[in-house]
Design a protein around this ligand. Structure first.
Ligand SMILES: [Zn+2]
Length: 327
C-alpha cells in the first residue's frame, strides 16, 4: 500500500541518458524509466523532458501524481545543492541553470539537486556495498573518474562543495593531459576514455588487438564497458595490458585516499566495475594494500565493487531527498 505522498522520484541525469526511478518509503523501486538525453535543446527543453519523465514514471508505477512527495536529481558537473543550481556541466552544455527552481515550477513538489557522483556514493552507502560504514570513499570509473566521501555517516562536501575530486589527484608528474587541463590526473590514466586512448595508440604502434574490430562488429564508436569485457574474455593482449595499467593507477589512487582518510570502505563503482566486479577490483585492492602506509591490518579497509549498478545514483538521490525533507 502506498499512503499519501510517500513516493520520491530519483533521477540520474547523464550526458547520454536519463534514468528515473519511483521509490517508496521502504526504498523499494516501483518503476523505472530510461531515455536518451536530448542535449541539443536549450536547458528549458531538457527540464520539460525531465518533468514529463517524472509524470511517466509515476504513471508506470500505477500511481497518481498526488502521491509524489519530491523529486531528487543527480546532475553532472558543479552543483549548488542548497539552491538547486547546476553551475558548470559541459556534458549538458549547461552553465548556471536553476534546475531545482524551474522543475519545481512545472511539478509543484520539492526538487533537490546534487552532484551525480555524490548521489551514487550516497546510494552505495545507504543501500549498496558500503552499508553501515561511518567513513566511506566512492570512486566511480566511467568516461571520467568521479569521487565522493561519506564522513561520520554524512556526505562530505567541503567548504565550497568541491571536495572528493578523486579523479583529479595527480599520480604521474608530466603524465597525459586530463580533461581538466592538468597533466597526469588519475582520470587521464585510468578512465574508460584514457584506456581507449591507450588501446588505440598501441594498435597504431603495430600491436595486435581485436578491440577495434569488436567495436565495429558491435557498432560502437567508443570503447564501452561491454567492449572491454568482451576483449578481456578473448584474452586480447593489448586490452589486458591497458587494463592492468589502469588498475595499477587506480590502486595508487585508492591508497592515496586511504592514507588520507582511513575509511572503513572504498566502493569502486561505474560501468566497468558493474560488469567485471571482483576481477576488476582485486588487482586494484592488491596495489592499494601494498601502498598503504599502515599495512599490518590493511585488510580491515574493505575495497569492494559497487552493487547497485545504474540505480546507485537515482537511489542515492532519493535517500538524500528524504533526509532533507525530514530535517
Ligand atoms: Zn584532471
Amino acid at each position: 500500500m502506498v499512503s499519501a505522498k510517500e513516493v520520491i522520484v530519483g533521477i540520474d541525469m547523464g550526458g547520454t541518458s536519463l534514468r528515473a526511478l519511483v521509490v517508496n518509503a521502504q526504498n523499494e523501486i516501483l518503476a523505472v524509466e530510461k531515455q536518451p538525453t536530448n542535449v541539443a535543446q536549450k536547458p528549458d527543453g531538457l527540464i520539460r523532458d525531465l518533468a514529463a519523465m517524472v509524470e511517466d514514471v509515476v504513471d508506470a508505477a500505477g500511481l497518481r501524481k498526488s502521491k509524489l512527495r519530491a523529486v531528487s536529481i543527480g546532475a553532472p558537473g558543479a552543483v549548488d545543492p542548497e539552491h538547486g543550481v547546476v553551475y558548470h556541466a559541459p556534458n549538458l552544455g549547461w552553465d548556471a541553470v536553476p534546475l531545482g527552481e524551474k522543475l519545481k515550477k512545472l511539478l509543484h513538489v520539492p526538487v533537490y539537486v546534487e552532484n551525480d557522483v555524490n548521489v551514487g556514493v550516497v546510494g552505495e552507502h545507504a543501500l549498496g556495498a558500503g552499508q553501515g560504514a561511518q567513513e566511506l570513499v566512492g570512486i566511480f570509473v566511467g568516461t571520467g573518474i568521479g569521487g565522493g566521501i561519506i564522513f561520520r555517516g554524512e556526505l562530505y562536501l567541503g567548504m565550497r562543495g568541491a571536495a572528493a575530486e578523486v579523479g583529479h589527484m595527480i599520480v604521474q608528474v608530466d603524465g597525459p593531459l586530463c580533461g581538466c587541463g592538468n597533466h597526469g590526473c588519475i582520470e587521464a590514466l585510468a578512465s574508460r576514455t584514457s584506456m581507449e586512448r591507450d588501446v588505440r595508440a598501441a594498435i597504431r604502434n603495430g600491436q595486435k588487438s581485436g578491440v577495434l574490430k569488436l567495436m565495429e562488429e558491435r557498432n560502437k564508436d567508443r570503447m564501452t564497458s561491454s567492449i572491454i569485457q568482451r576483449a578481456l574474455k578473448r584474452n586480447d593482449p593489448v586490452m589486458r595490458k591497458v587494463m592492468k595499467r589502469a588498475q595499477y593507477f587506480l590502486g595508487l589512487a585508492v591508497a592515496g585516499v586511504v592514507n588520507l582518510l582511513d575509511p572503513e570502505c572504498v566502493v569502486i563503482g561505474g560501468g566497468i566495475a558493474e560488469r567485471l566486479g571482483e576481477s576488476y577490483v582485486a588487482p586494484i585492492r592488491k596495489t592499494a594494500y601494498e601502498n598503504f602506509l599502515r599495512r599490518h591490518d590493511a585488510e580491515r579497509v574493505k575495497i569492494v565493487p559497487g552493487t547497485l549498478g545504474d540505480n546507485a545514483g537515482p537511489l542515492g538521490a532519493v535517500v538524500l531527498a528524504r533526509k532533507r525533507l525530514d530535517k
